[in-house]
Design a protein around this ligand. Structure first.
Ligand SMILES: [Zn+2]
Length: 438
């Protein structure tokens, strides 16, 4: 075991700038296996951050481990956010911007994360992976083409009854192991590094409590992506529209010539939505945005329909708003007695709107991946990330891979190579920031 690990580590470091890098005191794999045992499932619709107290179990453990690794200013905030600072080891640290790394501690509310029984499929030789405690749960080569790249690797899965928690305990383990390697290798030069572990990423809300000025990073990375090499500097630009239909209600027994039932207008409005691409989530993929009615309330007096508007480009968002307004106008013409109001509000902005001014964040991540022997690929996220929020608030934050797959479900997996190559990428990345900022 020890020999295999040292060997794997040596292989990873071939091609790295420093041939004589000492390994971490504890592998990313061992850290990961410890973190996934702690149930940190977050919950929707709570008024507190963190949404579940049990997330503090991991927060307190990570804070202790940061302290044990000599990280400075370690604190757990009242919202369960763990902060710390790894001091730079340069002659003048002020010449290199403070770069932040963020992993999230919670797991998705959609599948249980209690009593996770991680299984290591050693020296994977191809084929489907059947999860032992629910044989209907199968990680198939068909649906997971990346499995072909993992021959000979040790694949980590849950047992079929829970999610694994790779999202995002992989990110937490990788960041922690990066700190460990830097501590063991003072010859690796880097600037100040801000470290944070956040709660409630899966339910939103946690990141709003994030103390950007107190943390001190000028740029940051979330380590929360999927397969090795995936780097994301784009998310949706998101708006939510609310269309309200005002009718008039009265007792149905005496309603003749008085009642105006808003529900018919609402139904007409929905019926006028274009059925084909490129307008609906169920007919779009890749860079194509959509409009998506996702919730409604219907009654005679007042009906409302809520609609997601998603596009990578602001011009695309504007075009979709125009489309919605045209549909409103069409319905209004047909139902002149129903007053129809349209309003929309901004959800979040595509981080590219900001990150395009800081191309070095992505460029350095690409370079760091290559040095780790990983083929980088820029992949836009058809959603938002904690980085969308931070970027909009002035802290440019793209997203890096973790090696994980199949987030939020029982088929979630990562691998030893996934964890180690990501860790190696992070170690390279902090060096590159120091090299380029001289
Ligand atoms: Zn995540």
């Amino acid at each position: 075991m020890k020999i295999i690990y040292t060997l794997a580590f040596t292989l990873i470091l071939i091609g790295s700038t420093f041939a004589q890098v000492k390994p971490a005191s504890e592998s990313a794999m061992d850290r990961f296996l410890r973190y996934v045992k702690i149930d940190t499932q977050s919950a929707e619709d709570q008024n507190t951050v963190p949404s579940t107290k049990k997330q503090l179990d991991l927060a307190n453990l990570l804070a202790k481990e940061l302290n044990d690794l000599g990280v400075q200013n370690v604190r757990v905030s009242e919202f369960g956010i763990v902060y710390g600072m790894v001091p730079g080891n340069l002659a003048d640290n002020s010449k290199v911007p403070t770069v932040g790394f963020i992993g999230h501690m919670d797991t998705s509310p959609s599948v249980s994360g209690a009593n996770v029984n991680a299984i290591i499929h050693k020296n994977y030789q191809g084929g489907d992976i059947v999860l032992p405690n629910d044989k209907t749960q199968v990680i198939s080569v068909d649906k997971n083409p990346d499995l072909k790249n993992l021959i000979g690797d040790d694949i980590i899965t849950a047992d079929g009854t829970t999610l694994l928690g790779s999202d995002d305990k992989s990110g937490c383990a990788e960041i922690m192991t990066m700190i460990d390697i830097l501590r063991n290798n003072p010859q690796i030069k880097h600037g100040n590094l801000a470290i944070a572990f956040t709660p409630d990423e899966e339910v939103g809300g946690g990141i709003e409590k994030f103390d950007i000025p107190g943390w001190g990073a000028k740029f940051a990375y979330t380590v929360d992506g999927e397969q090795l090499g995936d780097i994301s500097n784009e998310t949706w630009s998101a708006r939510t529209a609310t269309v309200t239909f005002h009718g008039k209600n009265t007792h149905p027994g005496t309603a003749k010539d008085i009642m105006i039932n808003s529900m018919y207008a609402a139904g007409d409005f929905l019926a006028n939505f274009p059925a084909n691409a490129p307008n609906r989530p169920e007919t779009t993929e890749k860079r194509v945005g959509f409009v998506h009615p996702y919730s409604s309330s219907l009654s005679e007096e007042t009906s409302t329909i809520k609609i997601l508007i998603r596009d990578f480009d602001l011009s695309g968002v504007a075009a979709k708003e125009d489309l919605l307004k045209q549909i409103v106008a069409k319905t209004q013409a047909k139902y002149p007695n129903v007053k129809i109001d349209y309003e929309s509000k901004l959800g979040y902005l595509n981080m590219k709107e900001v990150l395009k001014d800081y191309p070095q964040l992505t460029d350095y991540a690409i370079e760091a991946s290559k040095r780790a022997g990983v083929t980088p690929e820029i992949r836009p996220i058809r959603g938002g990330t904690d980085g969308s929020n931070l970027t909009a608030r002035g802290l440019p934050t793209p997203n890096l891979f973790t090696g994980g797959h199949n987030f939020h479900g029982k088929l979630e997996f990562n691998s030893r190579k996934g964890l180690e190559k990501t860790t190696d990428t992070l170690v390279n990345l902090v060096q590159i920031w120091a090299e380029k900022s001289k």
